[in-house]
Ligand binder design. Sequence first.
Ligand SMILES: [Zn+2]
Length: 337
Amino acid sequence: MIRFAADYFDGQTSRAHPVEATVEAGQLLVQGENIAFALPLDRIQVAPPAGQARSVVHLPDARELHSADRAALLELNHLTASARPERWAHLLESRLRFALAALVVSVFIVFAGLRWGVPAVALLATHTLPGWVEQRIGEEALALMDRVSLSPSKLPAVRRQALEQKLAAQCSKQACPPFRLLFRDSRLFGANAMALPGGSVVVTDALVRLSHQDDEVLAVVAHELGHVQHRHGLRLALQSIGAGAILVAVTGDIGSVTDLAAGLPSLLLQNGYSRDMEREADAYALAWLKTACIPPARFADILGRIDTGAADKTSLLDSHPGTQERIKPFLTAGGCT
Ligand SMILES: [Zn+2]
């Protein structure tokens, strides 16, 4: 005979009533203070114990019995032949190999999500997000960088204007994506240039000083315009936010999303862009320079100089495919198209 102690909940209040339950002749008998009733076994359902939690016997009218007597409840469970899904949960949980397989599958799903899912979703979102979202992300990233790692340009205004005019002249002759050219000084980032979501292209004073002629600066800007054209900044931002969202789902830690969003500017500046993105931007720059009748070798010249001078980890080239490999098409390319 099955007999077990339980807490009875009447489905009306949250109060627990201590009772004793027995199974006799196909009936569940429940008895306690001012409580006495019998139910046929086919009207009850046992949720098998999951882990160390107490088991629950579901009775009609939202009434329940909670009991820690696992052995009795398992026996009752067999009797009632419940087909509830919890049955499977218990079955799986009690078998270590299923648990291990589940772990492996979970790890794979997280890995696949980060490795392929996030970039794919980010790419999709890049083409569907309204423009103001992209603008906003770019503005926030720039504001953060202006506070932390950039300061106003110290270049003479005439120098900046000359570069702006040369670029504007080119963009009146050939299609350029909407962009905004910004000059900033930065000890931290050295000779560098970066494209932010929304089309802001930041050029550092050190990069301009490193150039031997304006065409070299224009060549670097053309590469950044390639990032703008392909909206790489937005994709990177979405990827970092997407990866954060997955990490939060796994760890339940909302702080990591904030960390990643705050880390976006440095991601953009340092080694954020993938090699594929760099190749896309290079291809754009090569075509742009040919149309502009600027010898593509100008890009190779300044890239080589940045590479030699780069002493820290924040170089324009860090994430970039090997400089020699990148420079090659620019050295062998012909003149104007
Ligand atoms: Zn780049």
